[in-house]
Design a protein around this ligand. Structure first.
Ligand code: HEM
Length: 508
């Protein structure tokens, strides 16, 4: 009897210790935000969050207000929903709220790469040199060259002449074209070995795109740590495919590798990162640079195709820029070349891109709480945050979809970001007060996307070419705009649940 009593005591103690470790006994302390642990130990609200983060967070905001802490898969995460307080968090010092810690954990989970200590300084320095300022002009030119290679390649179906309509899925077409052009511009071309043309580049970039899409589709499951054993195998295979294709050895054989990729690789080698680590890092850069631009380009074109007035305005603006630059569009004339300077003269297209980013880009901005912190909200209220927790912002829901800031927020309005005089509109208000940041699709603070200027150039260039070089139309003009895949909330650009057929032909 005594024996069984001891076993029972040991068992109960173990269960209590495990529950304690899983955070089941955490109580809200004085000054802390409202705490919502959910009913399932350790998992907490993980299922709701991975199912549809946006509707879950909306429900939590309705229940708790401007700030609350939820328990998700073993972590306590504080969400701030007041957009006026976002800047406070984004500007907070790294020693209190840190971006790198969470990013490094995520990168290790998905890419199996252990970030070297000073890697962020390296990314930031190289990005400001090669993705901004002077480097941006050359890279934008490289993107243009690659877009031309892809868009003007002879049709696989030789029966179709250049003037005939070609039909495809718009999502597939945009993602494929922008991904491959961006990949070639950043990661370089295969040597032609005396052969004419770009056949090898076209073949290899197609394969890279196909494998990337498989990885991309599995990404939300990796992000939320809900992978089945079969999927684990596939992820492993895909990682090996990319580590090989992006290896230092393969990159050395390529021509025209961008300064961004080659100098990061050199610095990694100097830091003593082994070859495998360099390949792993290249996959991270491939993911960061190519996972969103094709998707956003798709939405921008779809919105234009569904809004003939907007399409007309963008086309007229682009044709005006071509005329101004002396690039006459003649029937059967030379292909259109979009130069860097031309992209600085397109306020209507800028507004279209900004409206598309507002409607379709939904990252979760996360900081690790490095020490106990008092967070002073914009309204003066103070909340205690605990060391070891995370603090998160979801600007898609609490800023970009706010009807007070953007009336009729789910509707695409191509001129929402234009002033009546046609200049760019940057002032937006809530409760009569001007917002410092009216949108955060690129993140903010020290971790703001360093590729944002290049990304915008890539997408604008693609849309510019599509509207000037081609006639484009939806196969069914009445087709509904497809819903978004809600499982991708928090990751970046939202993808559609289904494709939309469209057709295009060279304009003569
Ligand atoms: C539509 C396209 C893009 C979107 C919406 C986007 C968005 C973002 C977001 C939200 C972040 C995280 C910011 C944070 O957590 O605070 C990020 C990080 C990053 N992005 Fe982009 N991005 C895009 C395109 C690009 C491109 C084209 C490149 C490179 C050529 C790039 C390179 C990076 C890098 C390297 C980081 C990590 C920065 C760091 O560790 O500090 N992105 N991006």
């Amino acid at each position: 009897m005594a024996f069984w009593a001891s076993v029972l005591i040991v068992l109960m103690t173990t269960v209590l210790v495990v529950l304690f470790r899983l955070g089941a006994f955490r109580q809200r302390r004085f000054n802390e935000p409202p705490l919502d642990k959910g009913l399932i130990p350790w998992l907490g609200h993980a299922m709701d969050m991975s199912r549809n983060a946006s509707s879950f967070l909306k429900k939590m905001q309705e229940r708790h207000g401007e700030i609350f802490t939820v328990h998700i898969a073993g972590s306590y995460i504080t969400f701030v929903t007041d957009p006026f307080s976002f800047d406070v968090i984004l500007k907070e010092s790294k020693s209190r709220l840190d971006f790198s810690k969470f990013a490094s954990e995520l990168v290790f989970k998905i890419f199996e790469f252990q970030m070297p200590k000073n890697h962020r300084g390296m990314v930031i320095n190289n990005s400001s040199k090669h993705l901004m300022s002077i480097g941006l002009v050359g890279l934008t030119q490289a993107m243009m060259d690659s877009l031309q290679i892809l868009m003007l390649q002879p049709d696989a179906d030789k029966r179709l002449g250049p003037q005939e309509w070609k039909q495809e899925g718009l999502f597939q077409y945009c993602y494929n074209t922008v991904f491959r052009a961006g990949y070639l511009a950043l990661f370089g071309n295969l040597p032609t070995n005396g052969k004419a043309g770009h056949a090898q580049d076209l073949l290899q970039s197609q394969k890279v795109f196909e494998e990337f899409r498989k990885f991309d589709i599995l990404f939300p499951r990796m992000f939320h740590s809900v992978i089945l054993p079969k999927e684990k195998q596939e992820i492993k295979r895909l990682r090996y495919f990319f580590w090989d294709i992006l290896s230092a050895r393969q990159m050395l054989e390529k021509d025209n590798v961008s300064g961004w990729i080659s100098s990061i690789q050199r610095e990694l080698a100097d830091l003593g990162v082994p070859e495998l680590g360099q390949s792993q890092y290249n996959l991270i850069l491939l993911w960061a640079s190519q996972g969103n631009t094709g998707v956003v380009s798709f939405w921008a074109l779809l919105f234009l195709l569904k809004n003939p007035e907007a399409l007309k305005a963008v086309r007229e603006e682009a044709e005006g820029v071509l005329r101004k630059m002396g690039k006459e569009m003649r029937p059967g004339g030379a292909p259109i070349i979009v130069e860097y300077s031309m992209l600085q003269q397109t306020p209507v297209l800028d507004s279209v891109m900004e409206e598309t980013l507002r409607l379709r880009v939904a990252p979760l901005l996360t900081r690790a709480v490095k020490q106990d912190v008092i967070l002073k909200m914009d309204n003066g209220k103070e909340y205690a945050l605990r060391q070891g927790d995370r603090v998160c912002m979801f600007p898609y829901l609490f800023l970009q979809m706010d009807p007070e800031i953007y009336p009729d927020p789910t509707t695409f309005k191509y001129n929402r970001f234009l002033n009546p005089d046609g200049s760019r509109k940057t002032t937006f208000y809530k409760q009569g007060r001007r917002l410092k940041s009216h949108m955060l699709p690129w993140g903010g603070g020290p971790s703001i996307c360093p590729g944002r200027f290049f990304a915008l150039n890539e997408m604008k260039m693609f849309v510019f070419l599509m509207v000037t070089q081609y006639d484009i139309e939806l196969v069914d003009q009445d087709v509904k705009i497809p819903p978004i895949n809600v499982k991708r909330f928090g990751i970046g650009a939202m993808q559609p649940t289904e494709d939309v057929p469209f057709r295009y032909r060279i304009r003569f």
